[in-house]
Design a protein around this ligand. Structure first.
Ligand SMILES: NC(=O)c1ccc[n+]([C@@H]2O[C@H](COP(=O)([O-])OP(=O)(O)OC[C@H]3O[C@@H](n4cnc5c(N)ncnc54)[C@H](O)[C@@H]3O)[C@@H](O)[C@H]2O)c1
Length: 258
């Protein structure tokens, strides 16, 4: 299936690891030219890599200018950067209010910074797509990591606002919610939880996490970065030309609305 990305430019923020890296690879495989923005690149030296901390608006604007200088245009923007607090989150007072700051600044304000930097260019060219990676945690008041859940709920809401503002310019904005994907981030959110297991039924992390997924996900399995990437490129393509302001879950059926 040709998704029509030849000649187009995709930018993936948080593209050095996990889901963002898979999305960058999927855009490239579909013929797009790809730029990635991240804190650091384990495979540094590849083309199109721009270093920026999304909490630093000046750095994000510099990266946006760098992408435009090198690639000439931006057609598809994906925000896949994210962090958890790294602490065992429930009850919520197990955390300190100060644990919220960095999580909100990366997951929510980071997305806002990126949207501010890129939206004027997208609006001006009157065509393009934006995709925010949020989470099922943002839909269900997940107790695992309250600042993480709240940041994702905020992001889902901001995406709807951005979708309305950008619709008159022909720019579509959607949110993609992964369920459970084995990445450094997933482990950083869950490790502190696994560490709470009682010694008598102790399992190593992979066994503990695998059992949890098989019990709580209707399809009974982990999602993969490629599962998310397949939906990301579809949403960016003209096959989804009439889809905007939507929150799409690729979560094995974990969250079902009625
Ligand atoms: N893995 C899961 O199970 C899961 C579930 C739901 C939602 N998500 C969301 O999917 C997205 C991708 O997560 P992932 O699992 O691939 O994680 P990951 O840790 O593999 O990748 C996240 C990337 O974001 C980058 N990043 C973090 N802070 C940054 C900052 N301040 N500035 C710039 N880049 C920064 C990291 O360097 C990393 O490359 C995140 O938004 C995450 O919240 C993941």
């Amino acid at each position: 299936m040709d998704l029509g990305f030849r000649e187009s430019v995709a930018v993936v923020v948080g593209g050095a690891s996990g889901i963002g890296k898979a999305i960058a690879g999927a855009f490239a495989a579909e013929g797009a030219r790809v730029a990635t923005i991240d804190l650091r690149f384990p495979d540094a030296g590849q083309g199109g890599q721009f270093v920026a901390d999304v909490t630093d608006y000046a750095a994000v604007r510099l990266a946006e200018a760098g992408v435009r200088a090198e690639f000439g245009r931006v057609d598809h923007l994906v925000f896949a950067a994210g962090i958890g607090s790294g602490k065992f989150g429930f009850p919520f007072w197990n955390l300190d209010p100060s644990d919220w700051d960095r999580v909100l600044r990366v997951n929510l304000i980071g997305a806002v910074n990126v949207a501010h930097a890129f939206a004027p260019g997208l609006a001006e060219q009157k065509r393009g797509t934006v995709l925010f990676l949020a989470s099922v945690a943002g839909q269900i008041g997940s107790q695992t990591d309250p600042p993480y859940s709240a940041s994702k709920a905020g992001l889902i809401n901001f995406a709807q606002c951005a979708a309305k503002d950008l619709a008159p310019f022909g720019v579509r904005v959607n949110t993609l919610n992964p369920g459970m994907v084995q990445t450094p981030l997933n482990r950083s959110v869950w490790q502190a939880w696994a560490d709470q297991q009682p010694p008598e039924t102790w399992q190593d992390y992979d066994a503990w996490a695998g059992e949890k997924v098989s019990k709580i996900v209707p399809l009974g399995r982990w999602q993969t970065p490629d599962d998310l990437a397949a939906m990301a490129v579809f949403l960016a393509s003209d096959r989804a030309a009439n889809v905007t302001g939507q929150t799409i879950n690729v979560d094995g059926g974990y969250v079902m609305h009625w």
